[in-house]
Design a protein around this ligand. Sequence first.
Ligand code: GTP
Ligand code: MG
Length: 630
Amino acid sequence: MVVETRSQVRPGQRPPEAGQAARPGAPRRPPGAEREGEGFGIVSRSSITPMESVRRLLGFLAPYRRVVIQVILLLFATALLGMATPYLIQQVIDKALTLGNLPVVALYALGIVALSLTNAALHTIQRYSLAYSVENAVYDIRNRLYEWIIRMPFGFHDRSRTGQLISRLTSDIDRISRFLGFGIAELASVTLTFLSASIMLFRMSVQLGLLGWTILPPMIWIALRGSQELGPRFYGLRQQFGRITAQIQENYAGVRVVKAFAREQLEISKFRRELQEFNRRRMGVIKIFALLQPSMSFLTNLGLVLLLAVGGHAVLQGKLTLGQLVASQGYMMMLFGPIRMIGWLMIMSQEAIASGQRMFEIFDTQPEVKEKPDAIELPPVKGEIRFEHVSFAYEQDTEVLHDCSFVIHPRETVAIMGATGSGKTSIINLIPRFYDVTSGRVTIDGYDVRDVTLKSLRRQIGTIFQEAVLFSGTIAENIAYGRPDATMDEIIAAAKIAQAHDFIMSFPDGYQTRVGERGVTLSGGQRQRITIARAILLNPPILIMDDSTSSVDIETEYQIQQALNASMRNRTAVVIAHRLSTVKNADRIIVLDRGRIVEEGTHEELLALGGHYRRIYETTLAQQEEKEVA
Ligand code: GTP
Ligand code: MG
């Protein structure tokens, strides 16, 4: 049962971003081809066959193979012991009851009890051992999948629906767990029981054996038809459930927008429609069950009636003892039981195999940003950033940056300006290698960012994102996110530079104030200053900032500006600027237009040039100046 596999995911193996290729020869799909359906990455779902899914799923049990072998032996033992009970009952009836020999009856009764107890005990050990190995395997699977997902690069997360990833980690793994923990063992046990019960029945009476077997074909037919009908319906049911989960998740994330636009009713009706579809599909499943179960019961009962008729006749003719008839009835039930289970087990297996395919699809996704096997540690840098003829596309054929070249010197502050969508965020995303260039190269202190380990690269770059994300926890924990070992003094020092100390201290709990999932208790400007403090605490030689909160009041804007000025001192800083004060403070300004660098120079130089920058200045920045003066 335990197949030694060369599963791509083995204990200790880390996702490709951490240094190893997921799967050297994995078929590649052109980027973008995965867009439809729930695809994730570059490897298509169909590349994992059901057999491969089973093989790789069993591979997860490999570390526990000793326990698994024990389980298999116990399965054999319990199946065989189960066969003994009807036999003993036959003996009681024929050898003792009919002869009125009560002490022997009692002896047999004791024997049956002892046998049942032993069987129960073995069963318990078997269940426990199986659960032990499967729980451990599932623990491994869940951990590895989570690790894999979290190590995946930006591009993967851009493409994936959160709800779909969550369902991989929860319900798909649940199904795999049920299959490994129950399905496989049950499949083995049912097969063993079926075979041994057949043999025992034929040994009791060939006639009754044949009778039992004539009932089997219609039962098997019903079981297989049932699972054929149920399989796709279950699949559809789960798809629909996934859609509902995704909708709940997305709506919840956007609940403020829903309310702001008073679209609750629309969302409720959308949800109701999805739920109605879910119910319709559920009824489809229930309908099949409603047909399946009674037909099975009917055939079972039919078998028993026939057995009584044929067997009873034989008993009356003296060709069969009463004990043999009763025992035959026991074996026949053991024969039918597995057939009734087989449909279930097939569905369970199919589901688990499909879940496995979905999971391995993630494991097999080739990340676009991948650490080279021979990546080196980036030594502490001075902070020179160089773009050499860099072009970049998120998706093939839609280039968003075209042939960009520039140098940012150590300790220089450079502001990037340009209209919305001109590629500012895209440019700075390339510095910590959130994405890879399509052509050209990005170097830091002369090192191509693709030649160094991601950790050593990102540790030296403080990133402040356009959106200020805080985790649930205290303010201190949020500031120390990148350096959990930081002392309280260091945290406070960083907060002071980020101009966050005063407002933090104004809360009753100070640095221990808890902030929610999105830091809802804080204003946008406050959140941003906490994220600035978070980046400063790293004390990185390079700081990049996507500054977008141009809509804060003048007082807050002033404070953020102070925070920025302080934080950019003594390091290389690249800041996407919307404020005149930031621009004026910069040593140099790079102006982007539709993915091209169109101007470069100081505020005065660019004003004198009378081009793009001057236009931006006259239309937006100058107004800020007036506002500041006023
Ligand atoms: P603002 O932040 O609005 O000021 O714009 P920006 O200058 O930062 O533009 P950005 O670099 O975000 O986008 C440049 C172009 O890339 C735009 O045409 C976007 O539509 C596109 N783009 C940005 N992010 C993605 C992405 O994740 N996937 C794809 N396919 N395109 C993207
Ligand atoms: Mg942007």
